[in-house]
Structures are given as structure tokens and as C-alpha cells.
Design a binder for this molecule. Structure first.
Ligand SMILES: [Fe+2]
Length: 143
């Protein structure tokens, strides 16, 4: 895979990770209902992890010799994760985040299969983290 293609996909992943970070913090602030305490605390752990990943992904793009997207408008344009348009119920928040983390894992896995070793090293632990988060969110939804 050419470096320009890797950088293009990493830029989309960075944008999506950033939007997911904002979305998760939004839900941390605005979640309501009987599951409030558990979700409020868990969402904080999740957005802190995503915040750290923003930096790692952006700096991989720099290490590959390119500038990283760094504005909100670029992130919105490049992201495959959608922004919320309203404050959903706690259950709907978890459903949405589950789909987002599954999508992140899927996109990263696909890129890692065709990317250089340094990019693979960045993506492999991120895939595992997204899959672990997806498992927790899925378990929350289990009846
Ligand atoms: Fe907080």
C-alpha cells in the first residue's frame, strides 16, 4: 500500500476517533436514568483513552511525512463516525457507541492488513481496545 493511501486512511481514522471522543464526552455529561453512575464513570474512561489515541494517530501521520488534519471542520468532513443531533436515551447512547467502536475496529483492522509495520504497531493495540470496549457495551445491552 502506498504511503499516500495509508495517510489518507489514517486521516479518516483520526477524524473519526476525534468525533467519537467528543461524542463520548458529550454522553458522559448528558446521560440520564438509573444507569447514570455506572455509565457516567465508564464513559469518562472511554473518552480519556480516545483522547490519548488522537495524539498517537496524528503523530503517526507526521512520522510518515505528512501534515495531520487538526481542525473541527476537517474532522467533520473526514469522519466515518456521525455526530449526535440530539441527546438520546442511555440505552440508545450505548447502542450508538457500540456501532461506532465496531466500525473503528473494522476500519483499523483493514488498514493494518495492508500498512507498513509502524502503522500496524499503532493500530493493533487500538483494534484490541475498540473490541474490548465493544464487548463491554454489548454486555451492558444484554437482557
Ligand atoms: Fe466529568
Amino acid at each position: 500500500m502506498k504511503t499516500t493511501d495509508i495517510v489518507r486512511e489514517l486521516s479518516e481514522i483520526l477524524a473519526s476517533n476525534y468525533i467519537l471522543y467528543i461524542k463520548t464526552q458529550n454522553y458522559h455529561w448528558n446521560v440520564t436514568g438509573p444507569a447514570f453512575f455506572g455509565l457516567h464513570a465508564m464513559l469518562e474512561k472511554m473518552y480519556n483513552d480516545l483522547f490519548t489515541a488522537n495524539d498517537d494517530i496524528a503523530e503517526r501521520i507526521r512520522a510518515l511525512g505528512n501534515f495531520a488534519p487538526g481542525t473541527a471542520s476537517e474532522f467533520l468532513k473526514l469522519s466515518f463516525v456521525d455526530e449526535p443531533t440530539e441527546i438520546p436515551s442511555a440505552e440508545k447512547m450505548v447502542e450508538t457507541l457500540l456501532a461506532d467502536h465496531e466500525k473503528m475496529a473494522e476500519k483499523m483492522k483493514k488498514l493494518a492488513q495492508n500498512a507498513d509495520e509502524g502503522t500496524q504497531d499503532l493500530l493493533s493495540p487500538r483494534v484490541a481496545t475498540h473490541e474490548k470496549t465493544a464487548w463491554m457495551l454489548r454486555s451492558f445491552l444484554a437482557k
